[in-house]
Design a protein around this ligand. Structure first.
Ligand SMILES: Cc1cc2nc3c(=O)[nH]c(=O)nc-3n(C[C@H](O)[C@H](O)[C@H](O)COP(=O)(O)O)c2cc1C
Length: 222
């Protein structure tokens, strides 16, 4: 494999926010997870654990999550960012506006942007959802290892034509997720990955995000 093959795969992947209903064959999901587990982790601890839903289980989870969001309060296991400033705020706004522009939500349309945000909790209609957790005792480094796993999952999926979106929004309802899936309190729920086949004609899938040039984030010494 060449670097340009990897680059093509990375460039083709994007976060999908509208899925078709047809399921991904179990054998393909197993291939994606088998590939993703190749990522490095500190001491090779491989801290990731997944609960993966399919079919009626995804639909039941989607319904229960949407109900929870109406009445529960968000309480993530891993503290959410306390703020975005400078370039981080700029990049966050740019990708948010790109999404809203694609789906026809005007600037200042709070109801429209809230409705789009709520689609996180219907899992963007994905037929599958993976809940990713890490042992609490491994702290930030366990989360870091799982971040690598999540990225590899998205790339392996892309290689099979399967679309994905990592979702911190789902993890914000961590107490509910612990109860619903029986995930022990000794684990941190980090994010969900909703996945399936892209509804390619949907406006929410019509935009792409940019990346900063190297000069913005590499400091060369020597
Ligand atoms: C850890 C993580 C959590 C994310 N959480 C959400 C989320 O809750 N909702 C959402 O719409 N996108 C979420 N995203 C997707 C990002 O917005 C997306 O990766 C970023 O804008 C870059 O766009 P791209 O994935 O299309 O390249 C998340 C991505 C990551 C890596």
């Amino acid at each position: 494999m060449t670097l340009s093959d990897l680059d093509d795969l990375l460039a083709a992947r994007h976060s999908c926010r509208a899925f078709r209903a047809d399921p991904v064959p179990r054998a393909d999901i197993e291939r994606i997870v088998s590939t993703a587990r190749r990522v490095p982790s500190w001491c090779n601890a491989q801290p990731w654990q997944l609960v993966i839903t399919s079919g009626a289980e995804t639909d039941a989870f989607r319904a229960a999550l949407m109900e929870e969001v109406q009445r529960g309060t968000a309480k993530p296991d891993l503290g959410f960012p306390s703020g975005y400033s400078g370039v981080y705020q700029d990049r966050r706004r740019t990708c948010g506006w790109a999404l809203y522009e694609a789906v026809g939500v005007e600037k200042g349309d709070r109801a429209g942007s809230a409705a789009q945000m709520m689609k996180n909790f219907s899992l963007f209609d994905a037929p599958h959802c993976a809940i990713v957790s890490s042992p609490a005792e491994l702290g930030g480094y366990g989360a870091m290892d799982c971040g690598g796993f999540v990225t590899a999952f998205t790339l392996a999926a892309q290689a099979l034509g399967v679309a994905t979106i990592p979702q911190a929004a789902v993890a914000s309802y961590a107490p509910f997720l612990h109860r619903y899936f029986g995930i022990g309190e000794d684990r941190l729920i980090l994010c969900a990955i909703s996945f399936g086949y892209s509804d390619t004609g949907h406006p929410a899938n019509a935009f792409r995000t940019e990346r900063a040039p190297l000069a913005e984030f590499v400091e060369w010494r020597g």
